[in-house]
Design a protein around this ligand. Structure first.
Ligand code: UDP
Length: 241
């Protein structure tokens, strides 16, 4: 497969998407632009696009090897990747192992409290509404996905959590929580979008240092260094295989 970039189809907050010669594939290009608070806070994180592209591709290849269907096909350059052209299910799936962010706030839990059981949450993917929290009955009522699809999405999300938990434990990183997106490709549900420091909370398991976008969201500074440290951990993992 030697597809090349054709017309731009879409520009999002952190990525651009281009058509290819094939209707079944698109090329994503990762940007350094960062947004938070539903677009209210804007900035750039130097080198973020390259980190997210590399890290996400390594993780998708690892998941694929372990039986998870994904959209990943081939890394084309430091910022660009060929992926299957899926139709995105408009539901963001958040997987949580430790209370943080909006969950800690909503339920009055201290950030860092280990959850007795993995929490799965669903958010309606709609910027104008600020991605509200929903449950499966909303999803079926609004026809966002079928029961069969949501069962499959939940099953994949929990399997991904096991696999990523093992992966990051070896890298000396605690996987606190993260957001997944799924798409439909040839009638099947596949894992899509990205898994990166933009979409996950990663804490160093010894120092508790944040190696993710919370540094930007919370004006902590050191975000470029945190992203490259997270990538370094992932690359060390890959070399030791
Ligand atoms: N997340 C994301 N995109 C979103 C919302 C959340 O990637 O639009 C990720 C976020 O990085 C974190 C997890 O999902 O790892 C849970 O986020 P939370 O609901 O706590 O919201 P936040 O505190 O980030 O606003």
């Amino acid at each position: 497969m030697n597809y090349t970039k054709q017309e731009q189809l879409y520009e999002g907050k952190a990525k651009k998407v281009f058509a290819t010669e094939s209707p079944d594939y698109v090329i994503v290009s990762y940007k350094d632009d960062a947004t938070a608070l539903n677009g209210l806070k804007r900035g750039t994180i130097a080198g973020k696009g390259e980190v997210n592209n590399r890290v996400s591709n390594i993780l998708f290849a690892y998941l694929e090897k372990n039986g998870i269907p994904t959209h990943f096909e081939k890394e084309l350059s430091p910022r660009e990747t060929l992926v299957k052209r899926v139709s995105i299910v408009p539901v963001e799936v958040v997987v949580r192992n430790v209370a943080a962010g909006s969950l800690a706030k909503r339920l009055g839990m201290e950030e860092g409290t280990v959850l007795k059981k993995t929490v799965l949450e669903f958010y309606y993917k709609d910027d104008a509404l600020g991605d509200p929290l929903i449950n499966c009955s909303h999803i079926y009522a609004m026809d966002l996905a079928t029961k069969q699809e949501m069962d499959r999405i939940s099953e994949i999300a929990l399997k991904v959590n096991e696999l990523l938990g093992q992966y990051f434990a070896r890298a000396g990183v605690r996987l606190i929580d993260y957001k997944l997106e799924f798409g439909r490709f040839n009638g099947q549900i596949v894992l899509a979008d990205e898994i990166s420091p933009d979409t996950c909370r990663f804490w160093d398991d010894k120092t508790g240092e944040k190696l993710d976008k919370d540094r930007f969201r919370r004006d902590m500074g050191g975000e470029a260094e945190a992203y490259s440290e997270l990538m370094r951990r992932v690359l060390v993992q890959e070399e030791s295989k």
